[in-house]
Design a protein around this ligand. Structure first.
Ligand SMILES: Cc1cc2nc3c(=O)[nH]c(=O)nc-3n(C[C@H](O)[C@H](O)[C@H](O)COP(=O)(O)O)c2cc1C
Length: 167
């Protein structure tokens, strides 16, 4: 395995241009640590293992929720439906709302860990963090899924800088 310092890579702009071609499901990662609730909109999310049940999320180290995620050791992962674009914008800071206003919209509940779970998401996974690896500007955080809430609907997708509602 090579160290990144030894490798020549493509530019940030080339990376972003390529990644814009990924059509990805839009999710909201949630965290509750003490009295503070935070979260972020994320597409860098992936299924890892069914047995044991694990998934991963990639979170920028400068995201306001990053420290809370690692301190709390748990998170919620909510897969958004096409009706939840406003929630995606709020948790991405696109609508200029303040961090404290993120939970003002949407119907929220909790499962086992206490992390906020959206009542009408396509699915909500409740996770305990079992590992975290630094990769460039992000942390790859692996969650062991301890609980799940199923919903239904059509997915909210993000591609080429735009939210797309699948029919
Ligand atoms: C569609 C979309 C997908 C995103 N995916 C990620 C992601 O996977 N990981 C990440 O760290 N930030 C991602 N972001 C950016 C975060 O949502 C955004 O930086 C975060 O809300 C900033 O929170 P803060 O202002 O509280 O730090 C994404 C933004 C959008 C609009």
């Amino acid at each position: 395995m090579k160290d990144t310092d030894e490798l020549k890579g493509i530019s940030e702009e080339s990376f972003k241009q390529g990644m814009r071609q990924f059509a990805a499901a839009v999710n909201v990662i949630t965290v509750k640590y003490g009295d503070i609730q935070d979260g972020l909109t994320a597409t860098a999310v992936c299924s890892v293992s069914a047995l044991p049940p694990q998934l991963l999320i990639c979170v920028h180290q400068e995201a306001s929720a990053h420290e809370q995620l690692l301190k709390s050791g748990k998170f919620g992962l909510n897969v958004l439906s096409s009706k939840q674009e406003s929630i995606a914008k709020r948790f991405a800071g696109i609508d200029n709302s303040k961090r404290e206003e993120r939970y003002d919209i949407g119907h929220w509940t909790q499962l086992t860990t206490g992390s906020p779970i959206l009542v009408d998401a396509l699915v909500g996974f409740d996770c305990e963090i079992i590992n975290s690896v630094t990769a460039g500007t992000h942390s790859i955080i692996i969650g062991h899924i301890v609980d799940v809430r199923y919903g239904d609907g059509t997915p909210l997708v993000y591609k080429d800088g735009k939210f797309i509602k699948l029919k």
